[in-house]
Design a binder for this molecule. Structure first.
Ligand code: IFM
Length: 453
């Protein structure tokens, strides 16, 4: 009996990675250091002092990794370009060896019939630009657009899906407000400026693409639906603040031309008045939105929480990942519907989704990861449900292809479909990878057969 396929033939089945998390060799062949290179080499900044110096050694093993993509049957691969490999000082002089690496990577991906989705900025700002103020410098929008334009000119004939920024919320919240990610600032006056300049940079890059690009460009945001802990006015208001800060802060300016009003209350005197003209730049028409989804937040009013006064309420009955993130597949359907309703109609992609779990030791070359497998199955069912409800969702990218450098958590958290032995660099697909391959091959029918977890 033929099982009905549940996804269309042109659905993109992918996995995602980012440059600093997998490449290693951060200064090879004339590359300029990034803020993540400097941050991870600063004592006390990452767990166990881990750095991206070697990571998955993808810079030298990319062919092997592209072969893995093909073996899993993926038809799409999302990766990022390291700005400092291409422009060691962040602007001006180009480094042909760095650019050449991405040309070879794109060609290898295409040779396998896999569609590349290229992210221009996944957090590794050139350190030389940070010394000029980084995202606090209003010129950062022009620096970014120039860098983007050089990539469009070099790879634009082969790359049809471009992403300007990955998760600007994390860049600002971790890098400028709480100081736990590079460049490590903890300054409520800096955060809104960095956010605004990131959005101006996004808009400038989209303008540059429209001048010469012929395909599609979008923005990737990490979203987390917010649900009140109780139906009290205090919790409902706290939920609105959390939603404004996390979910609307970046999408409202891009699609609606202004910031959510809650932000000026949250930041108080640190919230600046932004020129109206900036929103004309920020509000460029986009071809798609990428949604990174990991968890939800149940919100309680809590004056001790800074700056939102909105705390997360742990749900003790639910499964949590290694990072203590609640597993809540239904939130993916909810957030996709919300995005489509508020900002659509527009094609959407799930550009990241995955979980860090402790993986049991390898037995006879097998790595069984039932929790990740179940996570994948349940979130793919949530994707199907969103499609059934009419969301124009065109692809799904698992985070991540490989176990990799999880920023301030170093190598302590494994998100990969493929296990990496960091001592030998041996790659071993986990059971979740094999399951994903079955789902892809059956265009979703395997989701129905699976009763394993
Ligand atoms: O590893 C990160 C990635 O770089 C951005 N999105 C979330 C992932 C898991 O934390």
């Amino acid at each position: 009996m033929n099982e009905p396929t549940l996804f269309p033939a042109d659905f993109l089945w992918g996995a995602a990675t980012s440059a600093y998390q997998i490449e290693g060799s951060p200064l090879a062949d004339g590359a300029g250091a990034s803020i993540w290179h400097e941050f991870s080499h600063t004592p006390g900044r990452t767990r166990d002092g881990d750095t991206g110096d070697v990571a998955c050694d993808h810079y030298r093993r990319y062919r092997e990794d592209v072969a893995l993509l093909g073996d899993l049957g993926l038809n799409a691969y999302r990766f990022s370009v390291s700005w400092g490999r291409v422009l060691p000082e962040g602007r001006g002089r180009i480094n042909p060896a760095g650019l050449g690496f991405y040309e070879r990577l794109v060609d290898a991906v295409l040779e396998r019939g896999i569609q590349p989705m290229v992210t221009l900025y996944h957090w590794d700002l050139p350190a030389a630009l940070d010394r000029l103020g980084g995202w606090l410098n209003p010129d950062s929008a022009d620096w970014f657009a120039d860098y983007a334009q050089r990539l469009f000119r070099t790879l634009g004939d082969r790359v049809k899906l471009w992403v300007t920024l990955n998760e600007p919320w994390v860049v600002v919240d971790g890098g400028y407000l709480h100081g736990v990610l590079a460049p490590g600032q903890r300054n409520p006056f800096a955060a809104p400026l960095a956010a605004h300049n990131l959005l101006r940079a996004h808009g400038s890059a989209v303008q540059a693409y429209r001048a010469e690009g012929r395909h599609q460009i979008g923005l990737v945001v990490n979203l987390e639906p917010k649900y009140p802990a109780a139906e009290t006015a205090e919790d409902l208001n706290a939920t609105m603040r959390a939603d404004a800060y996390w979910n609307r802060q970046y999408l409202d300016p891009v699609f609606l031309g202004g910031y959510p009003p809650e932000l000026s209350d949250i930041f108080g005197e640190a919230w600046p008045a932004f020129p109206d003209a900036d929103f004309d730049l920020i509000r460029q028409p986009l071809d798609f939105i990428g949604v990174n989804y990991y968890s939800r937040q149940v919100v309680r009013h809590d004056p001790a929480d800074w700056p939102l006064a909105a705390a997360r309420v742990r749900q003790p009955r639910q499964t949590h990942t290694g990072l203590e993130w609640e597993v809540y597949p239904r939130g993916l359907t909810d957030i996709l519907e919300w995005v489509a309703g508020r900002y659509g109609p527009l094609p959407l992609y799930v550009t990241e989704n995955g979980a860090a779990f402790y993986d049991p030791p390898q037995t006879e070359g097998e790595i069984d990861d039932p929790l990740r497998r179940r996570y994948l199955r349940d979130h793919l069912c949530a994707v199907l449900e969103a499609r059934r409800k009419g969301v124009d969702l065109r692809g799904y990218f698992a985070w991540s292809l490989l176990d990799n450098f999880e920023w301030a958590y170093g190598y302590s958290q494994r998100f990969g479909l493929v296990h990496v032995d960091y001592a030998t660099q041996r790659r071993t697909p986990k059971a979740s990878a094999r399951f994903y391959a079955e789902v892809i091959q059956s265009r979703g029918a395997a989701l129905k057969w699976d009763h394993s977890a």
